[in-house]
Design a protein around this ligand. Sequence first.
Ligand code: HEM
Length: 457
Amino acid sequence: MTVTDERFAKMQPFGAGPGEGPISARDVPPGPRWPTLLQSIALVRFRHQFIPAMFKKYGDVFTVRVMPRGSALVLFTRPEHAKEIFAGDPETFHAGKGNAILGPIMGQHSLLLQDGREHKRARKLLMPAFNGAALRGYESLVTEIAEREVSAWTPDRPFRSLDRMNALTLEVILRVVFGVTDESRLAQLRPLVNRTVDISPAVLLGWGYPFLQRFGPWKATVANQRALDQVMYAEIAERRTASDLADRTDVLSRLLVVEDEGGLTDEELRDQLVTLLLAGHETTATALAWSLYELGRDAGQLATAQAAARDDDREYLEAVLKESMRLHPVIPMVVRHLMEPATIGGIDLPRGVNIGPSILISHAREENHRQPERFRPRRFLDGEVATNTWIPFGGGVRRCIGAGFSLMEGVAVLREVLLRWDVTLPPRGHDFPRVRNITSVPRHGARIVVRRAGSPA
Ligand code: HEM
């Protein structure tokens, strides 16, 4: 059995811990009584309709049931509840188990999947690659890649901004993770990473049934993972022999010089690097595509953002990104698995339940954001956005490790676009969210049309 096969064999979706039995409806807040399969499909495939409908029907807190064992997932929508969850003791509020569905792809050592002591260690090892000094070091690389991408755009021809942003952010994350390396290896990696991100909700739901791995899309996913692993392990083996490790600033080289407890094994390295490649690529691309879409549909907003780009007003450009992430959350919720009974918002919850703040509802509640349906970046500069009402990156000890990176990258990319181009939407350019896998993306790819900045329409 290869390492890849073992990963798939060990799969525990929405991981129930040892000795955890089914949770009775009496022990959790109310929710729909539909069959689990139907609720899982609604949650994974139609969350943009399902979750708001459940919020409307049941109010602040409600429970949905997910496959394969009808596990309870209790969703909270108020900022004080999000605060309690984020501040929860990491030994009780396990995030790794809540993310178990990503196991076969990211691997058991992945920062996203670990809990307790292992999580703390991995976070400490990865953190230096994402602190302020490291981010400043990556900025010129991002600007260079963005400039190359954006200056190749063709005016007056509608295109899917999501596709271009995906290509750009993939290039950025490959360079940040691997640094300068063999171009042919990067060429091998691009399609393998893209296919991994492309994984469909049906494949994710099917993880609970290992026999499916012999068929169709499940089989193809395992084959793609094997190929990805091969390239990753080859790169790791080669890099271990490099003589300039101490001078290199890419994540792989930084992790290779770590001496903590004998350093990281090949498998640990592979898992963390794949996690960064996947978590750090499509998420930022989606936020950028929605930003371009929102600017493209409002000439006034575009003009303000272009003026900010010319003045190098990064704070305003960051507000544009933040407002796009508020209005169009890339990830719908944060999940924690309760290892012990806990009380949240005065509600007693049993061990074994999955809980989490709903990002979708937190960002759309009238009580949290005035005129929530309007795109208004200024709300982030006017001190209007209260703590725990804007939570696209989760929170607490598990807050997204790439949050600062993603905002730095987003601002640099927006600046390059806005300095060169006027952005509008093509006819029938309206877009809305579609569930891709874990993330939600613009259904039509956020199509835009560009013209040289300042040229007559
Ligand atoms: C718009 C862009 C992004 C969004 C919306 C996003 C969102 C999230 C969310 C919601 C979580 C879970 C937080 C929690 O459980 O409290 C998370 C965790 C994580 N993200 Fe991001 N992310 C983005 C960009 C990135 C980037 C650029 C990277 C890496 C380069 C990254 C790497 C990670 C990792 C490794 C974790 C796990 C952290 C842990 O468990 O300690 N993300 N992200």
